[in-house]
Design a protein around this ligand. Structure first.
Ligand code: PLP
Length: 256
């Protein structure tokens, strides 16, 4: 009999180029030895040169997909990526009440190219979804958008992580890839903030880093690691991948 692999549920947007979003999330999960199950939250028209269009999947359809899945398949963790509108955030919040597994949400506002991916502001999406998840992983701009202020240096990232954790009652990893200097992430959990040091990898901006990191963290939580250990391991894996990115098209390189 085949050895059963446990499932990790991925709910994210479809980047048809595969460098980010659902396809990248599934790759991370399967490479880590888990079985991916999933629902698409939004279709996009994009290639490695940029995003041209975003179409959210209808909230009723998304909730029906997630409810069917979570009533049937026992999941070890959930990774949520792009949630493009408020109906989607509410559908996810309702459906995810069906699982007790750890839930990671990477709140995506815009692509690294600058193109908008979420059609509603992140603060209102976060108000609906973040209280239902265990860990959110905003970058500096996304943390700033949710809080309504600029978050641009390490000290501001530490304060933002603690403020977001208090607001939503979840752990928060503010990722520091866009900091000047060392790319330090800040994890706020249980009332205190901890820096997670990183190594800057030289080269062009790589597509899909946030998707990779949050999916790898979900894999760590599924394996029983705490948020700090899962975040450290995922960051080390991401840095190793950044040394040798993929080049699927004429535009940006991709993590995998
Ligand atoms: N497309 C989708 C569906 C995504 O979820 C993301 C990021 O999460 C992107 C594109 C953009 O990825 P990046 O900002 O790494 O270029």
């Amino acid at each position: 009999m085949a050895e059963e692999r446990r499932s990790i549920l991925v709910a994210s947007g479809l980047d048809p180029s595969g460098g980010a979003g659902f396809i990248a999330d599934v790759r991370v999960v399967e490479r880590a030895g888990w079985r991916a199950a999933g629902a698409i939250t939004a279709q996009t028209v994009q290639d490695t040169c940029g995003v041209r269009r975003v179409e959210p999947v209808g909230a009723e359809l998304l909730e029906a997909q997630l409810t069917a899945l979570l009533s049937d398949v026992e999941v070890a963790a959930v990774k949520i990526g792009l949630v493009a509108d408020g109906g989607g955030a509410e559908a996810l919040a309702r459906a995810l009440a069906l699982t007790g597994a750890p839930i990671v949400w990477d709140p995506v506002g815009a692509a690294s190219s600058g193109a908008a991916l979420a059609l509603e502001d992140l603060a209102s999406l976060a108000a609906r979804l973040a209280p239902e998840v265990d860990l959110i992983t905003p970058n500096l701009a996304e943390a700033g958008a949710i809080l309504g202020r600029r978050v641009s240096d390490l000290e501001a990232a530490r304060v933002a992580a603690v403020d977001l954790a208090a607001r939503f009652g979840c752990a928060v990893l503010v990722t520091g890839g866009h900091l000047e200097g060392a790319p330090t992430d800040v994890l706020a959990a249980d009332g205190s903030a901890t820096d997670i040091a990183g190594r800057r990898v030289a080269g062009a901006a790589v597509h899909g880093t946030g998707c990779f990191l949050s999916s790898a963290i979900a894999c760590g939580l599924a394996a029983g690691l705490d948020a700090g250990a899962a975040a450290r391991r995922a960051k080390a894996e991401l840095e190793a991948r950044l040394d040798d990115p993929a080049h699927p098209g004429r535009g940006a390189p991709a993590v995998l």
